[in-house]
Design a protein around this ligand. Structure first.
Ligand SMILES: [Zn+2]
Length: 447
C-alpha cells in the first residue's frame, strides 16, 4: 500500500503575482516526500531528509519518482464535454461555429448510452492530460449531466457540472423552458450536489443570447436558494455576440450587466472568456467576487480576440484557465498555459497606451492559474490546488524525459522557473507519467 511518494515537489502557497522571482509564494523541494493518509488526504510534506527523520517508510510504502516533478492536479475551469467530438472543426467564428457544429453535436445527448460513452472519453482525456478537476457544461438534456456525474463518481474525481439552460435563439430540438430548466437543474442539485462522490453542481445558462429574461430569473432563484452551488456561463467572447446581447437586453448597461441585473454575479460564478470587457466590467466582476476562465486555445481558434491578463490582474479578478473543449484545441492545461503565454505576448505588442503594470505571463503565474489560482476561483482552496497537509490527494507526476526535445531542453535548465517554463511550452500528455486521485493512482483503462 502506498503511503508516500518521493520526487521533486512544487506547489503554491499564494498568488505569485507578476514577479519573476516570487519567493514565498511557492514551496519547492528538490528531493521531497509527500505522505498520504489512509483515506487519501495529504498527511505531510517536506524534504526527504526531514520526512525520513519523522516517519518510518518502507520501500514498498514509498513510490520513488526521483528526477520527476510532482505538482497538484491541474484544474480546467471551462469546458463542454458534449463538444468532445467536434474539436478541430474547420472554418468559423463563434455564432456560426455554434450553429454549424456545436448545436448538432449536442443534439445527440438525448441518448444516455451515448452520453455515458462520451463522458468516459472526456474524463479519460482530462486525466491523461493531468487534469483532476474541471468545471463542465453538459448539453440541455438532464441525462447528459447524470451520465457525466455517474462516470466522475466511479473515478472519484472532483467535478463540477451543470445542465445547459437555453430557451431561445437555438434550434427547437435543443430548447428547454424556464420551468423545465428550473425543475431539471433542481433535481440534479438535489441528487448530486455535495451528496455523491466529489460532485458539485453549476447552474448553467449557456449565455445571454439563448436565455430569456424569464429563464435567467429561474437561474437566479436556484443560485440564491442553494448553498454553495456554482454558476457558469459565457461573457464578451465575440463582437457579433456582444452586439446581439445589446439588442436583446437594451436596458442593461453592458453584457456583463445583463447577468448582474439578474443577480447572477457572485461567489462561485465563473464567466468564460471576457475578452472584450471594459474596465468597469472588470471592476464589477472583482467587486462581486466572480471569476473569469481565460481560454486561450479557443480564443485563438475562433478568432475571438486577445484576453487582457493585465487588466484582469489590475482589477484583482479571480482568474483561472480553461480549455473550452470543443472550441479549444487541446485537453492539455500545459498547452493551454503555452497559448496563454503567447496571447499575453501579442496583447503586450498591441497596446498603444500601456497599462500601468505590464504582464508577461511568468511560468509561476501560469502554473498558479492552473492549480491554486483555479482552486481559489472555484472556492475550493480548502480541498485542492496545493500539496499542503489536509488537502485531497490529487496530484500528478511530470516526466522531464518524456520526449527527446524535452530531455534535451531540460539539460540546460537549472532553476525551477525555467523547468516550469519548459514544461508549459514544450510538454503535453506524454509528460504526464502518473495521476493520483484521493491518493490512489489512476489506471488508464482506455475508455
Ligand atoms: Zn464555452
Amino acid at each position: 500500500m502506498v503511503r508516500a511518494v518521493r520526487g521533486s515537489l512544487f506547489f503554491f502557497l499564494n498568488d505569485p503575482g507578476t514577479d519573476t522571482d516570487p519567493a514565498g509564494s511557492y514551496q519547492y523541494y528538490d528531493d521531497g516526500i509527500l505522505v498520504l493518509s489512509d483515506d487519501g488526504y495529504i498527511a505531510d510534506v517536506g524534504s526527504t531528509t526531514d520526512m525520513r527523520s519523522r516517519y518510518t517508510l518502507t520501500a514498498d510504502e514509498t513510490i520513488d519518482y526521483s528526477g520527476r516533478l510532482i505538482i497538484p492536479g491541474l484544474i480546467d475551469t471551462h469546458s463542454h464535454y458534449p463538444q468532445s467530438e467536434i474539436i478541430a472543426t474547420y472554418g468559423h467564428q463563434l455564432i456560426q461555429w455554434l450553429e454549424k457544429h456545436a448545436f448538432p453535436a449536442e443534439a445527440q445527448f438525448t441518448d444516455k448510452n451515448y452520453a455515458s460513452s462520451i463522458s468516459r472519453f472526456f474524463l479519460n482525456e482530462l486525466l491523461r492530460n493531468g487534469t483532476t478537476t474541471a468545471l463542465i457544461f453538459g448539453s440541455v438534456h438532464k441525462i447528459s449531466v447524470e451520465a457525466l456525474f455517474e462516470e466522475a463518481e466511479k473515478l472519484n474525481m472532483r467535478i463540477i457540472g451543470g445542465k445547459v439552460m437555453m430557451d431561445r435563439n437555438a434550434p427547437q430540438y435543443l430548447l428547454d423552458t424556464p420551468e423545465t430548466a428550473y425543475s431539471d437543474s433542481k433535481a440534479l442539485i438535489d441528487t448530486w450536489h455535495n451528496k455523491r462522490g466529489r460532485i458539485r453542481y453549476a447552474i448553467t445558462p449557456r449565455f445571454a443570447i439563448t436565455s430569456s429574461g424569464e429563464q435567467l430569473k429561474a437561474a437566479q432563484r436556484l443560485y440564491h436558494v442553494y448553498d454553495d452551488v456554482y454558476l457558469q456561463t459565457h461573457v464578451s467572447e465575440n463582437q457579433d455576440e456582444i452586439a446581439w446581447v445589446k439588442q436583446l437586453f437594451p436596458s442593461s448597461k453592458s453584457y456583463l450587466n445583463v447577468y448582474h441585473d439578474f443577480g447572477l454575479l457572485g461567489p462561485r460564478s465563473v464567466f468564460a472568456h471576457g475578452i472584450h470587457l471594459t474596465d468597469d466590467e472588470f471592476k464589477l466582476l472583482a467587486d462581486r467576487n466572480a471569476a473569469i476562465a481565460f481560454c486561450p486555445t479557443s480564443n485563438l481558434f475562433l478568432g475571438s480576440g486577445l484576453f487582457s491578463v493585465d487588466h484582469a490582474c489590475l482589477a484583482n479578478i479571480r482568474l483561472a484557465l480553461g480549455t473550452d473543449i470543443g472550441a479549444g484545441t487541446s485537453f492539455s492545461m500545459l498547452k493551454t498555459m503555452a497559448e496563454a503565454y503567447k496571447v499575453v505576448q501579442l496583447k503586450k505588442a498591441s497596446y498603444t497606451a500601456k497599462p500601468e503594470k505590464h504582464t508577461t505571463l511568468t511560468p509561476f503565474k501560469a502554473f498558479y492559474m492552473a492549480t491554486l489560482g483555479a482552486a481559489r476561483a472555484l472556492y475550493l482552496e480548502e480541498s485542492i490546488g496545493t500539496l499542503q497537509p489536509g488537502k485531497e490527494g490529487d496530484f500528478i507526476v511530470l516526466n522531464p524525459d518524456a520526449t527527446p526535445l524535452l530531455r534535451f531542453r531540460m539539460q540546460k535548465s537549472s532553476s525551477v522557473a525555467d523547468r516550469l517554463f519548459a514544461f508549459m511550452m514544450l510538454a503535453d500528455d506524454r509528460a504526464i507519467e502518473a495521476v493520483y486521485l484521493m491518493g490512489q493512482r489512476w489506471q488508464n483503462n482506455g475508455a
